[in-house]
Design a protein around this ligand. Sequence first.
Ligand code: MG
Length: 385
Amino acid sequence: MSIQRRNFLKSAAAISGLALAPRFAAADEQVARATRTLPAPRIKDISVIECEPQGVRLTVVKITTDQDGLYGYGCATFTQRADLVKPAVEKYLKPFLLGKTTDRIEDIWQSCYDSSYWKNGPVLNNAISGIDQALWDIKGRQAGMPVYQLAGGKCREAADTYAHASGAEFEEVIDNAKKYMEQGWRHVRVQVGLPGMSGYGSQQKEEGRPTALHDKPLFDPAAQFRRALKLLEVCRHELGEKVELLHDMHERLTPNLAVQFCKAAEPFRMFFLEDPLSPEDLGYFRQIRQNCATPIAMGELFNSPHEWEPLMTEQLIDYIRVHVSQAGGFSPARKIAMLAEQFGVKTAWHGPGDVSPVGHMANVTLDLVSYNFGIQEYSPFNERT
Ligand code: MG
C-alpha cells in the first residue's frame, strides 16, 4: 500500500469519525477520485419538518451533511397518520444513517427497507421516501444539476396536468370544469356529490336522505353508480367532445358494480376512470378488461410491488398512479415507471393536496424523465404553502 493511499485512508477515517473497513475505504477513495478528490458527503443530521399550511398535515425530511451548505429535502407526507412518520424517521432511520455517505442512494434505500424485517407499510415507506428524496436532492446540489438531469434528462419540456372540477350538483361541476378549460386545461376530473350521503368530492346535503338508525353519513353504492354515470353523460354533453374527462371512483362501489360502471362509462370516452376497485379486490381488474375498453388508472393506495406488478405485467391497467412517498420515494417510483414502460402502462402519479411541494417536485421530475408519462394530477397551493 502506498504512503499516499495510507494517508488517504487515515484522513477518510478521521473525517468520518468512523473506523472504516478497508473495503469501504477503498470504495470511498474511488468516489473521491471520481468527484475530483472531494470527500463524499456524510449524513450529519436528519430532521423532520411538520406543518399544516393549508389545513392538511405535511411532513418533509431534511438531511444535512458534513459539508457546509450541502443539504436536501424529501417528502414523507402521510397526512392521515402523520404522528407516526416522525418517530419512524427519528427513532429508527436516523441512528441507522448518521455518518453514512450520501452517495449511495440505492444502497441506503435497500438497507432502510430491509432494516425493519417487516416492510411495505405506509409509515415506514413514507419515512424512507423522506430520506431517499433528500439524498437525490443532495446529489443534485452536489452536481449542480436538477435531478431530472441525473435521471437521464428531459423527455419533454413540461408535464400536462388535470384539474379537479367538483360540485354538489351537475351544474356546479360543469361551471367549474368550464373555468378550468378557459384557463387552458385540456384534462378535467369531474366529481359530483350524492344528495343526503357522504361521497367523494361532494358536499353533504340532507335532502333526499334515506331513513337510517343513526345520523352519521350514509353511502349507497347503487345510488352512487347512478349519480356518477349521469354526471359523465352530462359532462360529455355539456363540455363537448374535445375535453379529456377523468373520474375518480375512489374504491367506493362493490366489485361487480365497479365492473358494470366501467362498462357503462365506455360510450363517454373517458381519459381514465380512477381507482375502480380497492387493493383487496385486484382480481376483478381482469373482469373490467374483459368487459370494456375504458382506460383504467390505479395505485394511490399501493405500498408494495406485489400490488402494482401483476396489474402491469398482465396489462390490466392503463395508468399507474402510485403515491410516490407511499411507495418509498423517488428511487422505487423510477423503477415503477420503467416497469410500466415495458408493458405499455403510462404514469399518472398521485398529486393531491396531501403531497408536500417537495413531493410534487418529485412527481414533476418523474414526469419529465419518464418516456411513458401519461398525465399529472394538479393541486393548487395557497400562499402559505
Ligand atoms: Mg384517487
